[in-house]
Every structure is written in structure tokens, then in C-alpha cells.
Design a binder for this molecule. Structure first.
Ligand SMILES: [Zn+2]
Ligand SMILES: [Zn+2]
Length: 371
């Protein structure tokens, strides 16, 4: 009888997850099975769970697999998979960082070099949990990597806590700031100091930003973003209105506004404010607003007369993910990567983890699949 593993079944908005058992798939040629060590609850998982992105309306087969951020070790390698994406030899038990994206590398979008926007990059996530290979979400004991995956071997001295946030939160801001062309001595404003915001502060400083300003209103998050390099905080408890926050960011940037502003809140209501705190000629990175159908109004003349570019960032390239691992390696002794995750829950307590993260009692939780 085939060995089995447990996966969390997502049954719809605000419905309790159920744990279900499925046979661990045999990896086909070019594929691999990862044994999950840690899976983070990302903001986008919360959007699904709250029904802000409704999987049923999106036509996704239910129950669905959820979770994409996390890390694990090689459980089985399919025929022909002998190395990671850098050519380093791989064997069972090696710890790996992987991407959940599969750009086909041959469609018109990929051929233009925009592999991060390949229309079929998420083909695997369209399948339901009941459908083979079942393990297509990280809230599970195993995760199936199809052929043409991207994965990198993780050195032993980097802990799972440090690595788990790389394949979504860290790599998203690396991809975004690369595409924004952030350069030496520019200023950066960060709307929202959650996981992405914290990493954004560090990556912006590594690009040579002269001043990084984080906007948030929760002590724990403010402390963490400071320790990741934020130079200034605009505390929303002190600067309560959008006008006050815009004025404060301009005051901190010689009256200009930030050269690059990152939207990491995930609510359309912050977009006008974000554009207004961006300098003439600046770039507005739109990353957080992933809720389809949530609208906002803004005055387009603002971006015309100030020549502001808006750059949407849904995903990243394989090279960006490599940079994320290198960034961690190079800065592990300097930055508190091990503090980004605030709480751990056994996979069996997934409902508790979601309830706590939803209520804001915890900042960023992670599930331990084999606890
Ligand atoms: Zn994510
Ligand atoms: Zn493509």
C-alpha cells in the first residue's frame, strides 16, 4: 500500500479546514516530492480564507489546497532530477527552497522575458485537492514539484524559520524593487510593515536607499521593520489621516515624496495616499492589492503631471528567488530573519492559526506539518 500524507482541505470562506489523507505521489520524470518542514500563513491565504478572493466564484475545484510559502526537504526525486537549479547535486533529505510557479518559458510573454507574468505559471494551483498529485499546497506534509520547477539547495546554517518566508514575501519585494529600478541614494516609502514590508526595508537599504520610511501602527511590526533597516516610522496612531501621512512622508523627503513607494497593505483605499506620497518621476509598486473586483478611484492627472509609474508585481523570476537565498546567506548575521515568524502551530491546529492571524493577535504564523 502506498504511503500516505496529510493535507489541509480548504472548503470555502471561513469554513474550518479539514485534514485529509492522500497517497504520497511518486514523482514522474523531471518532478520531485518535497517533505514540508514549515509553511507560512501568507496574507493572500487570509484573503482566500476571508472570502475576499472567492475560490468557488473563481471556478476552482473544491476542496482546494492552500498555502504556497514555505520550505522543506527532498523526499523523492523523479527520474532525471539530480541537481538543483544551480547544478548543485541533490539527494533525498537535502533541504530546499522552491518556487510554486511554473512559467512555460515558451509562450509570447515568457519569450519577451516576462516569465514572472507567464499566463500559465500557476497551472498546478487550478487543480483541486482530490485530484492527483493532491499535494499542491504547502499546508500539507508533502508538496509536489512538477517538471520545470525551480529549487535551490539550502545550506545547513540557515534555519527553516529563516528560509520559509523567502519564496513569497522576500522574493516579491526583491522582484518589485528590481523592476522599479531602485538605485543608490533614492528614498523609499513602505505602506504596511508586515512580512513583505519588513523584508522590503532590508532590500531597499541593500540597494543603497538613502532613507526608508515605513508606515504602520502596530508596535511589534514597527520594532521589526526598524531592525530590518527602516530609518523613519510614520506611526498611524500619531498620523491618523491620509493627508497627515502624505505630509509626513514629504517632510521626511525634502518636500518631494518617496522615489519608490510600495503598497503592501492589500487594500485599495491606500492607493491614492501612496501615489500622493510618491515623488515626481517616482515609481509606485503595487503588490498587495490582489482582491479581484475591489475598486478604487484616483485622479489620473496626478500620475500624468508628476510622471509617476505604477508597476504591478504579482510574481517573480527564478533568478529573483536565487537572489532571495543569496540575500539571506549574506545578511543572516546582520538581520533578525529568525524573528519574522511570530508563532508556530502544528498543521492539526491550522484553524487556530487562521483565527489568530485573522484577529490580528499574531503577526505572521507558520504551520509545522510533521509536528
Ligand atoms: Zn504569499
Ligand atoms: Zn510563458
Amino acid at each position: 500500500m502506498a504511503e500516505k500524507g496529510v493535507a489541509a482541505a480548504f472548503l470555502g470562506s471561513r469554513k474550518p479546514f479539514e485534514l485529509r489523507e492522500f497517497p504520497i505521489p511518486d514523482p514522474g520524470p523531471g518532478a520531485a516530492v518535497v517533505k514540508m518542514s514549515l509553511a507560512n500563513v501568507c496574507g493572500s491565504d487570509m484573503h482566500y480564507w476571508r472570502g475576499e478572493m472567492d475560490m468557488v466564484k473563481m471556478g476552482r475545484p473544491m476542496p482546494a489546497a492552500l498555502g504556497h510559502e514555505g520550505t522543506g526537504e527532498i523526499y523523492r526525486l523523479g527520474a532525471g532530477v539530480t541537481t538543483d537549479s544551480m547544478g548543485d547535486p541533490l539527494e533525498e533529505g537535502d533541504r530546499v527552497l522552491f518556487s510554486y510557479l511554473y512559467p512555460d518559458l515558451q509562450c509570447p510573454t515568457c519569450l519577451k522575458g516576462y516569465t514572472f507574468a507567464c499566463p500559465t505559471r500557476q497551472h498546478d494551483r487550478l487543480g483541486g485537492l482530490e485530484e492527483w498529485p493532491h499535494f499542491r499546497g504547502t499546508f500539507a506534509q508533502y508538496y509536489y514539484l512538477h517538471p520545470n520547477h525551480t529549487m535551490y539547495k539550502v545550506p545547513d546554517h540557515l534555519t527553516d524559520d529563516m528560509v520559509a518566508g523567502l519564496n513569497c514575501a522576500l522574493v516579491q519585494v526583491i522582484s518589485g524593487l528590481r523592476r522599479a529600478g531602485l538605485s543608490f541614494n533614492e528614498t523609499v516609502a513602505i505602506q504596511g510593515a508586515g512580512g513583505l514590508g519588513v523584508y522590503a526595508a532590508a532590500v531597499a537599504k541593500a540597494h543603497g536607499a538613502s532613507k526608508v520610511i515605513a508606515i504602520d501602527g502596530v508596535d511589534e511590526r514597527i520594532d521589526l521593520v526598524r531592525s530590518f533597516g527602516a530609518d523613519e516610522i510614520v506611526d498611524m496612531r500619531e498620523f491618523e489621516t491620509p493627508e497627515q501621512r502624505v505630509d509626513r512622508v514629504r517632510e521626511l523627503t525634502d518636500g518631494l515624496g518617496a522615489d519608490v513607494t510600495l503598497e503592501l497593505v492589500g487594500h485599495p483605499g491606500v492607493v491614492t495616499e501612496g501615489l500622493q506620497m510618491t515623488a515626481p518621476g517616482g515609481r509606485y509598486l503595487e503588490i498587495g492589492n490582489i482582491n479581484v473586483g475591489w475598486h478604487t478611484e484616483f485622479d489620473p492627472s496626478w500620475i500624468v503631471f508628476r510622471s509617476i509609474s505604477i508597476i504591478g508585481v504579482a510574481h517573480y523570476t527564478s533568478q529573483d528567488l536565487r537572489h532571495a537565498l543569496d540575500f539571506l546567506k549574506d545578511n543572516v548575521s546582520r538581520l533578525p530573519f529568525d524573528r519574522v515568524l511570530s508563532h508556530h502551530f502544528p498543521l492539526a491546529d491550522i484553524n487556530e492559526a487562521f483565527a489568530q492571524q485573522d484577529s490580528g493577535r499574531i503577526t505572521r504564523g507558520a504551520l509545522v506539518p510533521h509536528a
